[in-house]
Write a protein that binds this ligand. Structure first.
Ligand SMILES: [Fe+2]
Ligand SMILES: [Fe+2]
Length: 372
């Protein structure tokens, strides 16, 4: 995916995809409108809404569609399958491993999934109500489902079987003197999740026979939950700063707040993932979940019950330390989110047209300027 992400950063390639494949692929999926391109730039229909606000909402809607797709996969295996979140039939071994971390996990997965579904449906309905172009990624539901019992056999937008998960949010929120908006970087809580390629769901029934491995899948999932939701937490706060209309600001703040609630829940659960070492029986990839409360971990950066944001520097070092969401810098925030998800390898197997669309929506959102 890195190759794809880099490829997408080469503007001319991306434009070519848009020019060539617009009708067949990406741009057609954005909405039913025609004449989306003027020259080499797509022009989205904005109706009775500030164009920048529409662009921000469209990128958020795409992010919500992607979140829904990944959360749906988790719910099919480890959540509660019901009329609110239909699909799948559960994986008892995986569900039990998640319950070893928190016995409310199935309910939380269900509710997080339902929340994401309502986010994308609402934002699209809001855009449509203003006569603005909506977002539809159905064309890209082409990635395979897991073959393990419990999953629906349908096309997916996201791939949960080869993830590289950045767990630096864990120490970022515990730091008392650093902030990513000042250029600071942070150590990983689970270094092997970042360096390797890991599945967070069972791929086959055969791998469910080893309880240690199933626990490794559940641990990986729990850190992935928090990694995704801390991303949403920062994304909404970052993009809100460039919204023009007060009602759109209300939409962004109100939905963004639930991403924060999700993140806090998963942050707490991630600290309860039992320490273990596992070698993936399919890929041979090793993962180590360290005891975060014992040396060389432990202390203020790793202690597992320190889940409230530690006050840190904000805006200027001259101000007193403050407990805050971080990062929240608005410049390039949408592009940063698109890169973050791509580098996670969440879209492994997706087409160039998919990346073209994702990055085009991000660029449009980042071009939005607050007006009055
Ligand atoms: Fe969401
Ligand atoms: Fe979310």
């Amino acid at each position: 995916m890195k190759e794809n992400g880099n490829e997408m950063n080469k503007g001319s390639n991306r434009r070519n995809f848009l020019k060539k494949g617009m009708a067949a692929a990406g741009m057609a999926a954005v909405g039913a409108g025609t004449g989306l391109l003027t020259g080499t730039k797509p022009v989205f229909a904005d109706g009775r809404i500030d164009p920048g606000d529409a662009a921000i909402l469209r990128f958020l809607c795409a992010a919500e569609l992607l979140e829904t797709d990944l959360w749906q996969q988790y719910n099919e295996f480890g959540g509660i399958q019901d009329s609110e979140v239909p699909g799948g039939s559960g994986s008892p071994a995986y569900t039990q491993a998640l319950a070893n971390i928190d016995d409310d996990m199935a309910q939380y997965i269900h509710d997080n999934t339902q929340d994401e579904m309502t986010h994308e449906v609402f934002i699209n309905a809001y855009l449509a109500s203003k006569g603005a172009q909506t977002v539809n990624l159905d064309h890209f539901r082409v990635l395979p489902s897991s073959q393990a019992s419990g999953a629906q056999q349908i096309g997916r937008l996201t791939n949960l079987t080869e993830l590289s998960i950045d767990t630096s949010w864990y120490t970022r929120y515990r730091s008392a003197n650093k902030n990513p908006d000042f250029g600071d970087t942070f150590p990983q809580a689970v270094p092997t999740l970042k360096t390797g390629r890991h599945s967070s769901i069972p791929r086959t029934d055969a791998e469910l026979n080893d309880p240690n491995h199933v626990q490794a899948l559940a641990n990986t999932a729990t850190f992935h939950f928090a990694t995704i939701e801390q991303g949403g937490t920062s994304l909404y706060a970052s993009l809100a700063q460039r919204v023009t209309d007060v009602e759109v600001l209300r939409v962004v703040l109100s939905i963004g707040g639930t991403e924060i609630m999700h993140f806090q829940t998963w942050h707490d659960d991630a600290g309860d993932a039992p320490p273990l070492t596992d070698v993936d029986p399919i890929t041979g990839e090793k993962v180590v979940f360290p005891d975060l409360n014992a040396p060389p971990f432990g202390g203020p950066l790793f202690q597992t019950n320190l889940i409230m944001p530690e006050p840190t520097i904000f805006l200027s070092r001259n101000f007193p330390r403050c407990s805050i969401i971080r990062p929240t810098a608005t410049k390039g925030a949408a592009l940063g989110a698109a890169k973050f998800l791509t580098e996670m390898n969440l879209f492994k197997g997706q087409s160039p047209a998919f990346f073209a669309l994702l990055f085009e929506l991000a660029e449009a959102a980042d071009a939005a300027r607050r007006g009055f």
